[in-house]
Design a protein around this ligand. Structure first.
Ligand code: DAT
Length: 180
C-alpha cells in the first residue's frame, strides 16, 4: 500500500475526532454522524470501561484513570483502516497521524451548566467543567496537538446546531480524498 509523507499507510476513509468539554454533545453528535456516514462510533469512555484500559478509579476526579498507551494500542488497527468517529473529552495523547478532522464542540456556559447539573454533576466537578469550557481548554489542546487546518470549532447549543453540524461533517466526509 502507498505511504504518505508521515510514513503511515494511506486509508480509504477519513478518521474524525470529536472532542469538547463533557456535556457539549460529543456522543449525541458522533452517534448521529455515525448513522449518516456508516462510520464506526468509538466512545473512548465506554471502551476504557469495557476493555479495562485504565489504572483504576480516580476518587479526586470521579472517573477512571485512563491508560493512554493501552487505548492507543487497542485502536491502532482500526484507525489505520479509517472510517472512525472517536468521541472523547481530550485528544492530546492520540497520534497526530490518526485524524483528518478534529471537531471541538462548544456550548454556551448557562446551557452547559444546566446539562451538567441534570447529569448530576455538583461541586468541584461541575465548576471544573464549566471553567474548562470558559477557558476553551479543549480547543487550545486540539490546536496544540493537530495541524491548525484540520481543527474546527462548532457551536453546540441546540438540536438545530447538532443537525447542522452533522450535515456539515457528512458533506466533508463525502468530499474527502486521502491527501497524497
Ligand atoms: P458529551 O458526549 O459531550 O458529554 P452528550 O452528547 O452526552 O454530551 O450530551 C449531554 C446531554 O446534553 C444529553 O442529554 C443531550 C444534550 N445535548 C447535547 N448537545 C446538545 C445540543 N446541541 N442541543 C440540545 N441538547 C444537547
Amino acid at each position: 500500500m502507498a505511504q504518505n509523507g508521515t510514513g503511515s499507510k494511506k486509508r480509504g476513509k477519513p478518521n474524525i475526532l470529536i472532542t469538547g468539554t463533557p456535556g457539549t454533545g460529543k456522543t449525541t453528535t458522533a452517534s448521529a454522524l455515525s448513522e449518516a456516514t456508516q462510520f464506526r462510533h468509538i466512545n473512548i469512555g465506554d471502551l476504557v470501561k469495557e476493555k479495562n484500559l485504565h489504572d483504576g478509579w480516580d476518587d479526586q476526579f470521579d472517573c477512571y484513570l485512563i491508560n493512554e498507551d493501552l487505548v492507543c494500542d487497542e485502536l491502532e488497527d482500526l484507525m489505520e483502516e479509517g472510517g472512525n468517529i472517536v468521541d472523547y473529552h481530550g485528544g492530546d495523547f492520540f497520534p497526530e497521524r490518526w485524524f483528518d478532522r478534529v471537531v471541538v464542540l462548544q456550548t454556551e456556559n448557562s446551557v452547559l451548566y444546566d446539562r451538567l447539573t441534570k447529569r448530576g454533576y455538583i461541586g468541584q466537578k461541575l465548576t471544573n467543567n464549566i471553567e474548562c469550557e470558559i477557558f476553551q481548554v479543549l480547543l487550545e489542546e486540539a490546536k496544540e496537538s493537530y495541524p491548525e487546518e484540520i481543527v474546527v470549532a462548532l457551536r453546540s447549543n441546540t438540536i438545530d446546531d447538532i443537525n447542522r453540524n452533522v450535515v456539515t461533517l457528512t458533506d466533508w466526509v463525502r468530499s474527502w480524498s486521502c491527501p497524497s
